[in-house]
Structures are given as C-alpha cells and as structure tokens.
Design a protein around this ligand. Sequence first.
Ligand SMILES: Cc1ncc(COP(=O)(O)O)c(C=O)c1O
Length: 489
Amino acid sequence: MSSFTDIVLDKESNQHLYIQLYSQLKDLIIQDKIKHHTKLPPIRKMADLLSVNNVTVVNAYKLLEQEGYVYKKIGSGTFVQDISTKKLQNILMDESVELFGEENNHLATLNLASTAPTPDLFPINDFKTVLNEVLDRDKGNAFVYQESQGYHPLRESIMDYIKGYGIETNIESIQIISGAQQGIDILAKSLLDYGDVVFTESPTYTGAIAAFKSRSANIIQIPIEDDGIDIKSLEGKLRSLKPKFVYIMPVFQNPTGHSYSQEKKRKILDLVEKYDTFIVEDDYLSDLSFFDKSNSTLKAMDKNNRVIYIKSFSKIFMPGLRLGFMVIPNSIYNEVLSAKHTSDISTSGLMQRAFDLYLNKGKWQKHIRYMESIYKRRFNVWIDCLEKYIPREITWYTPNGGLNFWMSLPHGYSSNDLYKLCSKNNILIVPGSVFYADQRDSQFFRISMASVHSKDIDKSVKKFADIIRIFLKDSTRKQIPMDMYTPFL
Ligand SMILES: Cc1ncc(COP(=O)(O)O)c(C=O)c1O
C-alpha cells in the first residue's frame, strides 16, 4: 500500500484534482510500482486518505478505466490492468507517455522512448498568429465540414512545396490525412483483406504492424541492412508471394536509423514494377538530415507511379496537430478517398487552413531550419556521451540524422528484461520486440534523443549507462534461447 501514500495532490494547482490523481496513479501503474491485478483502495478510503471528495476519486478511476489502466469487477472493486502490451504500444505511438520534468512531477522519468519533440520547441506564437488570421479571414467557414480529400488551397501549397523535394505530382493525387498513422490505416483499410500479404522491413514501425494486423493481413518481414532492405531476400519473396504492397521507411528507418542507398532505391523501384505491386513510403523524418542532403525520397525517383508516399509532420512540428498528407497513384484514388471519408470525414478544416497560411508565410521553412539546428547540436552531444558512458559490450548504429539509436546488448541477452529494469528505475526505452510482427524478444532496443533537453543529455546518458552496467553484471539474467533469433520466414 505504500505506493498510494506517495500520492500528493496540490489543491492550489490549476489542474483538477481528479486529473492529478489519475495521472499519478497512471504513472505508478506504468512504472510497475503498483503491480497488475492489485486492488485499488475503495473510493471512500482513497478519498479519506487524500482528504478529497468521493467524486474526485470516482472520476479518476473512471478515466483510468476508459484508458485501460484499470478494470472493474462488479461487487469486488477496481483492479490494476496488466498493461505491458498497452504500455509499449503507447510509447511507440508517442501517445500517453508524458515527459515528467522534476517541476511537474515528483516521479521524474527519463524518457528515451518517445520520438516526439518536447512542447517547448513548438512554434506557438507563429501558430497563434496564423490561427487568428484564419479565424478573421474565414470566420465560420473554418468550421464547416472540409472536403474529404483536403482543403484545396492546402493541397495546392503542398504540391508546390514538394516540388522542392523533386516530387512532381498533381493536386488530385494529394490526400490530406490526420497524421501518418491514419494514412497507414487508410491504406490498410483500402488495400488489405483478410489473409492478404504485406511486406515490411524487419524490424519495422509498430504502428504499421498494428494497422496491418487489424486487417488480419499476413505480415512478412524482410531484414534491413545498413543500406536498406535485403534486396535478395525481397526478390526471393516477391517471386513466391504477391504482396499488396511493401511498406518501408527509406530515410532514417524506424527503429534502426538506416537509410537506403540510391542503388537500393533504384532496385526496389525496379522490383515493384517487375512484380506489379506498390511501395508505401513512410517519410516521417527525412527533414532531419544533418550531414547528407542527398537523401532523396523514393517518390522523387518514382517514374511508374508505384510509390504511395506518406508524409508526417509530427516529429518536426507538433504531433497533436494531427496533420500529414499522402501522394497516391490514380489507380487507388477511389478506395483511399472512401476509406478516409469513413474514418473521420475530413481532417480538421481549421488546422488545414492554419497550416496552409503557415506554409505560405514561409514560417514552415524557418521552423524546419530551427529544428534541424537544435537537433543537430543535440545529436553531436549524444554521440559524444554515448561513446563516453555506454559500456563497450553495447553496440549501436550511428545514423546520419534522425532521432533514434538502435542498440544491441551482447548476443543472447533480452532487451525485454532490460526494458523492465529501466522502467523500475524510471527510464523508458523501447525493447526490440515491439518492432517485430511476432513480438519476439531479442538483444536489440531503441533509444531516442527527441525528449531530452541539451542540458540533460550528459546526466541522462550516464544514468542509463549505469543501469546497463547493473543489468550486464546480474549473472542471473536469463539468456534468450538461440532459436528465438530465427528470422521471420
Ligand atoms: C515511422 C512512423 N510513421 C508514422 C508515425 C505516425 O506519425 P503521425 O503522428 O503523423 O501519425 C510514426 C510515429 O511515431 C512513425 O514513427
């Protein structure tokens, strides 16, 4: 019960008491400080313990239940859910993992899992200006149902903007989406049926695995190498199977950080033409290229309209804006439009209009340069600190940019176990298992630099390195059976 007595509510705060209680209980659950299936104190008892109203506790428990952190047993009370899978999903989708600074929460968590920028980097003043301008200019029209394909002037602005990236397209091929995740989900809905085959890299983005699984698709993962997908293996599988599409991230692949060589890009384009399928190119991060500006998108090289291009702004702008776009071939236009309409009718018209103005005022370009300079500086400090502190038994890949480091424990060690030890010590990392369709344990894990401020990098890496050292020293740690490494066939 001692965890519950740690809860402190600030009655002077602007934040509702039930929200404070909800978020502190959620942290305790996420950090495993309250074990799953533990019974939460009854409402009246908890209310007495914290000197608050019963309603405060009822509302906090209700919110926890809605988000799947607790469950109710009629007549017995409220119990903590086993959230291991949910927790990992949330970390990867960057949804409900909050960044707890010392000033916000007594349980300071070092978040090396999230790839979302910290809110202090959001261009709030510039965005406020464009929002106000849109409201003055468009009045109520900013709140009507927007056309499903997207606000026409925004699609026009995007068409012009991506010309700068070598992507020549027409306005009809641009579909506005409420974030790249929705784009992936829409493609899954429009192109995949039960049992259909889809190829991905191995490992791959967990949100894509989830979307494809939701359609009961058969996910075939193909190993990724330093310079892109294993082409031999890809061709071998294309010969025997007919995937609806091949989902890849050619620049700063998530989670490994690998980027495709120009040669592999050309080869994969030839292969999808030869075997008559599509590539889904998820461009979630190419803007953060620190050293190599020749990182062209695959779409820019696509002469045969084989590439469905998805662009997210979340990692370099504001993830909560829920805005992105796709460039789609004509042949799937109707299916995609219909799936988008079914999903949410349209992406917020107000946000589309504001973003259009933001682009046209040149603010976007300025913001990207700003983010690039911040992250480039942080990246260099990260490289130094990793080299200085991380034990030499750990290896990692240093990408040319992006936000992630894909690391490896010595062969046979379990990154799921490392993840658990880190969680107990208030450090969030992402174990490799979530990036595989079969969720197999492995020695790999991902850390991200997105959520650590410059001044905290040194002490954060040091703290993390200390935990790794403890982990490696603990000889009782189980070794993963070698057959767990068998590639996914
Ligand atoms: C590779 C990849 N694609 C897509 C997304 C989802 O992005 P959005 O916020 O635009 O939906 C993420 C988010 O983590 C990602 O890592």
